[in-house]
Design a protein around this ligand. Structure first.
Ligand SMILES: NC(=O)c1ccc[n+]([C@@H]2O[C@H](COP(=O)([O-])OP(=O)(O)OC[C@H]3O[C@@H](n4cnc5c(N)ncnc54)[C@H](OP(=O)(O)O)[C@@H]3O)[C@@H](O)[C@H]2O)c1
Length: 270
């Protein structure tokens, strides 16, 4: 019997993690969401399983996060086996823009970087810190941050991936935070790891301008060179399945602590 926490549970990959993890009725699966009521309704309508619990939590609000961890502790009896820190702000600005903003308002760029760091980096750091006492008492002791291949410096520089500036910046900082947690807690047997889920179709329909579309097309061409067999985004189902398989195989003993890998378990991002 294992216990899991998934953040950002309302939609996309987060909801899919809830679905796959709760397939085993012996597992306890807790989803954090900024809108508990709506997510509970969705869980009831689409899963209707007694082993799924939704807790209200906003990664950018420390006090709310602390209350959510206390509520989780009551649900699990003070322990936790796995954390999947999936929640993230993928800002509209980041979808199409880099960080070179010649001629644009620097305040907009600055706000976007702040917001991305607040949710994606600080939110996950606080989450991990608050859950350390529960992880220590858990049996699996695995804390996973969902990252992105877009934060891989080698990919960025070899293929001139300009777009997704603030978002990629925040995920790269997240990867370092994960490695730091690993450095601190590896000796206690707690695994910290960053995993990219691949390029996933979660049903969002971005509306780029003509200029932004050119950037996306350039990225598409770069991706075709990078991964000639890549045929397009994978489904949430396929991605979550692959990520869960990487999590299952990973261990401190195998040297996975602090690593940053893809849903294939290596550095192939697509
Ligand atoms: N989709 C992809 O192709 C892809 C590629 C690489 C990496 N990723 C990563 O995979 C994870 C899940 O991605 P996704 O595509 O499923 O994303 P998504 O549909 O945008 O969902 C992200 C979740 O994060 C939570 N969240 C918390 N604070 C938020 C904020 N300020 N703004 C927006 N959402 C916020 C939301 O959950 P609540 O509303 O329940 O709080 C939301 O359901 C993210 O960490 C993302 O960076 C995705």
């Amino acid at each position: 019997m294992s216990s899991y926490l998934v953040t950002g549970a309302s939609r996309g990959l987060g909801f899919e993690f809830l679905r796959q993890l709760s397939n085993d009725p012996a597992s306890t699966v807790i989803g954090f969401s900024r809108n508990k009521k709506a997510t509970e309704e969705k869980v009831k309508a689409e899963l209707n399983r007694e082993n799924v619990h939704i807790v209200e939590a906003d990664p950018s609000d420390y006090a709310a996060l602390k209350r959510a961890v206390e509520e989780t502790s009551r649900l699990t009896g003070g322990t936790l086996d796995y954390i999947i820190a999936n929640a993230a702000l993928v800002s509209e600005y980041s979808e199409f823009k880099s960080i070179g903003t010649l001629g644009e308002d620097p305040e907009i760029l600055e706000k976007d970087i702040h917001d991305s760091i607040q949710t994606n980096v600080l939110g996950t750091i606080h989450l991990f810190n608050l859950f350390i006492p529960l992880l220590r008492k858990g049996s699996a002791k695995k804390a996973i941050a969902i990252s992105t291949g877009m934060a891989d410096v080698e990919l960025i520089r070899n293929y001139d991936v300009g777009i997704a500036g603030p978002y990629a910046l925040s995920k790269a900082a997240l990867n370092v935070a994960v490695a730091k947690f690993s450095a601190q807690y590896r000796k206690e047997g707690i695994l910290f790891m960053s995993i990219s889920p691949g390029f996933v179709d979660t049903g969002k329909t971005p509306q780029p301008t003509e200029e932004e579309l050119k950037g996306i097309q350039a990225m598409g061409a770069a991706f075709a060179t990078y991964a000639p067999n890549f045929t397009g985004p994978i489904s949430s189902e396929e991605s979550a399945k692959a990520v869960l398989s990487v999590i299952k195989k990973a261990s401190v003993e195998n040297g996975d602590g602090g690593s940053f890998v893809s849903h294939f378990g290596d550095k192939q991002w697509l």
